[in-house]
Each structure stands twice: as structure tokens, then as C-alpha cells.
Design a protein around this ligand. Structure first.
Ligand code: NAD
Length: 479
């Protein structure tokens, strides 16, 4: 049985309270690791270590911070295959996907933010009789709380900018996928990250998550996860005026006009529907197709979706691995029953998938396409976060804009058309933080990323991350 440990003050240690959680492999249903169920006592140790480390880390020359973090990035690249294996085993995603997407982004996140930190400048405002200099200073001890769908990718996406601008961090990965953050902790030690600069605490939301949002020593909370959790966190941090950002759930529309580049749209729409078993916050789960193309799209899409191989994440030709946990598997199956009871016509999938051999007890779901559901049903209003999409036809841009905007969410949208004017007109109407035209999940790390409405508050990426993780101070000099 593997044992995950907390990383506090530069050391790997067991939780003070001696409580542990089981961690299973979603592809087999077998428990393979024990995870600390940390609590306030572990957090107090971590915050004390981070406060002490902050005195030095926030004041060393930027070049020194950059050297250390780039050393860590190099180690992540050198240990990529071990991280790939752990991420896939822990999360259920195909290994090839972890190798192509998740793990390369860890080193890339670190290097992107170190290089941005080296060239970052702040503003100056000249007056006729003096000038203003705007300082952006590290805040102190900041916390990051991240989810299980892209475990180390999102963990490092938050930790990298926070550290690069001189904060010290309490990082809480999801208790459902703790393995790569644990491995990352070991790489931090090897990279020579000074003790206390990053502390990694494992455990669930009720135990260590709550302790983090309540702790007086923590000045900032950067959260990515579900909308219901985000709402709780916002309420928790309000009385102590912590700065916070929320990256939350989505119910993203994918709008397809008849004049689109069909093959590119079809290939990308299969990915945006089913990649990572549909467990990417940016997956398009409501597909709207212009009337003239609808029948052709439906038949082709359903035919191709039904052929996607659901299988052992270790096999290279597996397109969908396991969903992350038994609990999540049950949740998705329940959503499918609701879709059926709402009158949805299941065009393919619609239930659990069985995979033989070592995976026969794993948590697999068939790629599912549903037709004939109105906008205002539960299936089209709530995030399922699985390989499940609904399809519907539309006639006009105004109609599809209303459909796209007709949920409480506003994270991302895709629009497919060869008429860029149509694409831009619709992009301007859509209420979401990100709109992709003729593509999906194309990420430039300099761009603002985040959601509107119940999909979040604040933006990450590029200088938005640096502004979030610093305190702004204007210094005014009068001649
Ligand atoms: P979750 O909200 O259950 O958990 C996310 C993290 O919050 C975990 O580390 C969890 O332990 C912690 N947590 C839970 N309760 C807490 C509490 N009361 N206080 C503090 N921390 C608490 O989400 P999940 O199931 O891990 O992830 C899936 C969700 O994340 C989906 O809704 C998905 O859309 C969303 N997500 C959003 C983005 C984005 O960028 N907008 C990216 C990835 C995932």
C-alpha cells in the first residue's frame, strides 16, 4: 500500500492526528494508497513554516526564485513518465492523455510564470509636480485548492504564479487524486525549494479545506472546483476579508453553423464532448446545430461516438478511460436516469460500460448522446461532468444566443462557422469568460481565463494571476 504524506517545512510527514483516507484506482476499483486526512493542527504547522519562509522568499532577488522554480520545472520534465503513470492510475484518464496534456503542462506552467515574472513591470504615473509608482507586492501566505480532473496541471497552474511573485503557499490538492502532488513535493525537495515556501496538505474539504478557508494566517484563497463548493468558500472567507478567486463549473454550449469546416468541427466536437471522459470544465455538453446540418451531424456524430473505445487507461487505443471515483460514477448514472425520465432520447450510450480483465470492477461510462430535451430541464441546466452531451437544432443566431445563455453557468463556449462576422457577433453575445471560434481548448497562457455568472469570479492566466497574488500599493512623490 502506497502512503501519501504531507509536505510541511521542507519535510514529508504523517498527519498529526493520525487519520487517513483510502485512495482507489478508478480503472480497477482497488484501494492502492492511504492519504492523510489533515486538520487544523497540520495547517498550523504549515502556516507557521510558510510565514517564516516568506521573510526570505519574498525578498530574494527575482533571479534566485526563477532559478529554483526552473530547476523544479526541469525535474518535472525528467520525471514525466513517473508522473504520467501516477496521474493515470489515480484519475482513470488514459495514459496517453496524461502524457500529451497533463504532465507537460506542469513544467510549462512553472517556466511560463518564471519568465513572466522576470519581465513584469509595474505602472508609473507622472504628474506635473511629482509622480506615482504602483508597487505590486507579494501578500504572504496564500492557499490554493484544486480539483481532481486535471490534478497536477491545475495544482501547478495556481502554485507557479503565487511562488513566482514571492508568496509562500499552502497547496491543497483534491483528496480524490493526491498522488502527483505528493510526487511533486518530493521533486520540490530535490530542487532545493527552501523549507516552508510550498507546503502541501492532503485531506478532504470538510477537514482541511474548511480549516484553510477559516485560518487567520492565510490571506488569499485561490479555488478551482464545483460551484456548490465555491459558494461555501465565498461565504467562509467573507468575514475575514480574504482575497479570493473562484474557477467553477460549466454547462458549455457548442454552436455549430451549417457553413463550418465540417471535418475539423466533427473531430474537435468529439474531443470537446468526451476528452478526459467529459471531465473537463471546458467540455461542451450542450451541442446546438443549425437546422440544415442537423440530421447529417447527428447521424455522423452518434456513429463516431459509439465507436470510441472505452477501456483500460494503460492501452494506447483507449479513447475514454474510467471516471474518477465510484461516487462520481453513480452520480453520472443517476443523471442518465434523470435524462431518460425527462423524455430524452438516448442515441448512443446511456449507461455504464464494462471493460474486461483487470478493469472489470472499474468505473466506466459509455459515451452518451441525448436528443430531444428542452433547455429548461435538469439535464440541460446542471453540470454532469461526464461523457454525456445533448444535441438540439436551431434556426437563427438570436435563438441560439438565448439557448447558449440559458443556464446559470458562463464558463466557455465554442462557435463553428466559416463566416467570421457570424462568429464574432455571436461571441459578443455569449455570456461566458472564454469563447473559441473554430477550435476548442486552445490555450495561450497569457490570456485571461475564468467564468461569468455561476462559473466563477476573477480571472487566472498571465498578468491576471500576478495581480491576484499581489497587493497593489501606490506610492506618490510630490516634488
Ligand atoms: P469540488 O468542489 O468537490 O472539490 C474541489 C476542491 O475543493 C477539492 O480539493 C476539495 O477537497 C475541496 N473542497 C471541497 N469542499 C471544500 C470546502 N468546504 N472548503 C474548502 N475546500 C473544499 O470539485 P471536484 O469535484 O474536485 O472538481 C470538479 C468540479 O471542478 C467541476 O464542477 C468542474 O467544472 C470544476 N472545475 C472548474 C475548472 C475551472 O477552471 N473553472 C477547472 C477544473 C474543474
Amino acid at each position: 500500500m502506497e502512503k501519501v504524506q504531507n509536505y510541511i517545512n521542507g519535510e514529508l510527514i504523517d498527519p498529526v492526528g493520525g487519520a487517513w483516507l483510502d485512495n482507489d484506482e478508478p480503472a480497477t476499483g482497488q484501494v492502492f494508497a492511504q492519504v492523510p486526512q489533515s486538520d487544523k493542527r497540520d495547517l498550523d504547522l504549515a502556516v507557521a513554516a510558510a510565514e517564516k519562509a516568506f521573510e526570505t522568499w519574498s525578498t530574494v532577488p527575482i533571479a534566485e526564485r526563477v532559478r529554483t522554480l526552473n530547476r523544479l520545472a526541469d525535474l518535472c520534465d525528467q520525471h514525466a513518465e513517473q508522473l504520467v503513470e501516477l496521474e493515470s492510475k489515480d484519475n482513470g484518464k488514459p495514459r496517453w492523455l496524461a502524457r500529451a496534456v497533463d504532465i507537460p503542462r506542469v513544467g510549462a506552467n512553472l517556466r511560463f510564470f518564471t519568465s513572466l515574472a522576470e519581465t513584469w513591470s509595474t505602472e508609473a504615473f507622472a504628474m506635473h509636480d511629482g509622480f506615482n509608482l504602483t508597487l505590486r507586492q507579494p501578500i504572504g501566505v496564500v492557499a490554493t485548492i484544486s480539483p481532481w480532473n486535471l490534478p497536477l496541471y491545475l495544482f501547478s497552474w495556481k502554485v507557479a504564479p503565487a511562488l513566482a511573485v514571492g508568496n509562500c503557499v499552502i497547496g491543497k490538492p483534491s483528496e480524490v487524486t493526491p498522488m502527483t502532488a505528493h510526487y511533486f513535493s518530493k521533486l520540490c525537495i530535490e530542487a532545493g525549494l527552501p523549507p516552508g515556501v510550498l507546503n502541501v496538505l492532503h485531506g478532504d474539504g470538510a477537514s482541511i479545506g474548511d480549516a484553510i478557508t477559516e485560518h487567520e494566517g492565510i490571506k488569499v484563497v485561490s479555488f478551482t472546483g464545483g460551484t456548490a463548493t465555491g459558494r461555501k468558500i465565498a461565504a467562509k472567507v467573507a468575514p475575514t476579508f480574504k482575497k479570493y478567486s473562484l474557477e467553477l463549473g460549466g454547462k458549455n454550449p457548442n454552436v455549430i453553423f451549417a457553413d463550418c469546416d465540417y471535418e475539423n468541427m466533427m473531430e474537435t466536437t468529439l474531443r470537446s464532448s468526451f476528452a478526459n471522459q467529459g471531465q473537463i470544465c471546458l467540455c461542451g455538453s450542450r451541442i446546438y446545430v443549425e437546422e440544415g446540418l442537423y440530421d447529417r451531424f447527428r447521424d455522423d456524430f452518434v456513429g463516431r461516438a459509439a465507436k470510441l473505445k472505452v477501456g483500460d487507461p494503460n492501452e494506447d487505443d483507449t479513447k475514454l478511460g474510467a471516471v474518477v471515483s465510484r461516487q462520481h460514477h453513480e452520480k453520472i448514472l443517476n443523471c442518465l436516469e434523470i435524462a431518460k425520465s425527462e423524455g430524452g432520447k438516448i442515441l448512443c450510450g446511456g449507461g455504464a460500460a464494462s471493460v474486461n480483465g483487470r478493469c472489470e470492477k472499474g468505473y466506466f461510462i459509455q459515451p452518451t448522446v441525448i436528443e430531444g430535451l428542452p433547455l429548461n430541464c435538469q439535464t440541460n441546466q446542471t453540470e454532469i461532468f461526464g461523457p454525456v452531451v445533448t444535441i438540439e437544432k436551431f434556426k437563427t443566431m438570436d435563438e441560439v444566443a438565448d439557448l447558449a445563455n440559458g443556464t446559470p453557468y458562463g464558463l466557455s463556449a465554442s462557435v463553428w462557422t466559416s463566416d467570421l462576422e457570424t462568429g464574432h457577433r455571436l461571441a459578443a453575445k455569449i455570456q461566458s469568460g472564454v469563447v473559441w471560434i473554430n477550435c476548442w481548448l486552445v490555450r495561450d497562457l497569457r490570456t485571461p481565463f475564468g467564468g461569468m455568472k455561476e462559473s466563477g469570479l476573477g480571472r487566472e492566466g498571465g498578468l491576471d494571476s500576478f495581480r491576484f497574488f499581489t497587493e497593489t500599493k501606490n506610492v506618490c512623490v510630490k516634488y
